[in-house]
Design a protein around this ligand. Structure first.
Ligand SMILES: NC(=O)c1ccc[n+]([C@@H]2O[C@H](COP(=O)([O-])OP(=O)(O)OC[C@H]3O[C@@H](n4cnc5c(N)ncnc54)[C@H](O)[C@@H]3O)[C@@H](O)[C@H]2O)c1
Ligand SMILES: N[C@H](CO)Cc1c[nH]c[nH+]1
Ligand SMILES: [Zn+2]
Length: 425
């Protein structure tokens, strides 16, 4: 793995690092074609793509009933782990539930907000290189906590669907489950087919094809954000343990050859040790090839700053999905990090804890998305509506301001709609 000096990065290198797209751009042509075919051919296209991309001859696309069966047949120990993770994720999301409110801001001028769930949501649960029961919990549970009545899930087809994913979907309360993967799943949820009914919002993580498809349907259906190949940035000072920092990089690299993983530090010896530990740990893992490809990516590497502030700025500009801070003054450094999907403080807080079971959501923005948005939460699944009531006197207080501004905009009917309330006075 490369060790590079932050100060000497050229403009092309900086672009490749900070404007990375994790292969999503290259996948957009294929994704657009897939989306178009699903729109015009429906289930036929879903079955063809299952054959082509997943090497599966799909009979029934709707596998909703299999989820409950899988839950009942799951061994007790695994069922307990799924329930444990679900309990923690549910509790963290219940704490986010917004409450309706209305307040009198001045006599007779009541203003408020109310929150209502979106009616139909579609969640993508990945399942290509690995199965993702954890993503089943992370997508469906917050929607159900928010009160979404219908949550439909698509997950890639297989000769035998992963039983833990199916059981997790049952625990989380999915209302419909379809075995459809990739860009075709996003299209099916967005536009509907004979079997899959269309939803109002599509959420969830996935590889570059899934992510490119979400970008393609975004104008026609709401989406959460782009949650593509995983990313981590570890900010480390000289107190950090190189082996633990490397473990964070290797873990997220394990997801996808398009994953982007970096460490930034002011300690030259630590930088070398992290790079060496990454190479060594990669060789110990079953998915060595995937990990090595991710570690060698243009937006991956160990970055050496001349000072900690320079390393902090690098991590801030990188805007990673996950930021881990392994440093003595981690709370102070946290204050300087704003561009991060989720932050993990201290050497005892591995990203994997949040990936599975600490309770926070692991569906997080990638490709610089943390500069403008956070991860999946209850907010993703509710819309807010403002509500107001004015007394005649309160409207009187606003009368001159509203009519003057309306006339300044040339909107006389607006002004008159207010004046009418005072015509008899
Ligand atoms: N950002 C997040 O919040 C987050 C969370 C969890 C997982 N992830 C990411 O999800 C991804 C999971 O990826 P995965 O591949 O294992 O599963 P996946 O379900 O995302 O993708 C598998 C599907 O991709 C399609 N596909 C594969 N090759 C294709 C090709 N050449 N052309 C067209 N379509 C093709 C197939 O239809 C297949 O069903 C990883 O990148 C992981 O990092 C991200
Ligand atoms: N790290 C992933 C988000 O980028 C989430 C995940 C699921 N399973 C393991 N990890
Ligand atoms: Zn992970």
């Amino acid at each position: 793995m490369d060790v590079r000096d932050i100060a000497t990065l050229g403009p092309d290198e900086r672009r490749a690092i900070f404007e990375r797209d994790s292969g999503v751009g290259d996948a957009s042509e294929v994704a657009a074609e897939v989306v178009g075919r699903v729109r015009s051919e429906g289930d036929v296209a879903l079955r063809d793509y299952a054959r082509e991309f997943d090497d599966v001859e799909v009979g029934n696309l709707d596998v909703t009933d299999a989820a409950e069966r899988a839950y009942e047949e799951l061994d007790d120990e695994m069922r307990e782990h799924v329930e444990h993770a679900a309990t923690n994720v549910r509790a963290f999301h219940e704490a986010q539930l917004p409450e309706d409110w209305r307040e009198e801001f001045s006599p007779g001028r009541e203003l408020g907000r109310r929150f209502r769930p979106i009616e139909r949501v579609g969640a993508y649960v990945p399942g290509g290189a690995a199965a993702y029961p954890s993503s089943a919990l992370m997508t469906v549970l917050p929607a159900k906590v928010a009160g979404v009545p219908h949550v439909a899930v698509c997950t890639p087809p297989a000769e035998e669907l992963n039983p833990v994913t199916l059981a997790a979907l049952h625990v989380a309360g999915a209302d419909a489950v379809y075995q459809v993967g990739g860009a075709q799943a996003v299209a099916a949820l967005a536009y509907g087919t004979e079997t899959v009914s269309a939803v109002k919002k599509v959420v969830g993580p996935g590889n570059r094809f899934v992510t490119a498809a979400k970008a393609a349907v975004r104008g026609d259906v709401a989406i959460d954000f782009l949650a593509g190949p995983s990313e981590v940035a570890v900010l480390a000072d000289s107190s950090a343990d190189a082996d633990l920092v490397a473990a964070e990089l290797v873990a997220q690299a394990e997801h996808d050859p398009n994953a982007s993983v970096v460490a930034a530090t002011d300690d030259a010896a630590l930088a070398e040790a992290i790079a060496e530990a990454c190479d060594r740990q990669a060789g110990e893992r079953e998915r060595e090839e995937t990990i090595r490809e991710a570690l060698e990516g243009d937006a991956s590497g160990v970055f050496r700053g001349r000072s900690m502030p320079e390393a902090v700025l690098f991590v801030e500009e990188y805007a990673a999905e996950h930021v881990a801070i392994h440093a003595e003054n981690d709370e102070e450094l946290l204050d300087r990090i704003t561009n991060a999907g989720s932050v993990f403080l201290g050497p005892e807080t591995p990203v994997a804890a949040g990936d599975y079971a600490s309770g926070t959501n692991h569906v997080l923005p990638t490709n610089g998305g943390p500069r403008v948005t956070g991860g999946l939460s209850v907010d993703t699944f509710v819309r807010s509506t403002t509500v107001q009531r004015l007394s005649h006197e309160a409207l009187g207080d606003l009368r001159e301001t509203v009519t003057a501004l309306a006339r300044a905009e040339g909107l006389e009917a607006h002004a008159e709609s207010v004046e009418k309330r005072f015509s008899g006075e």
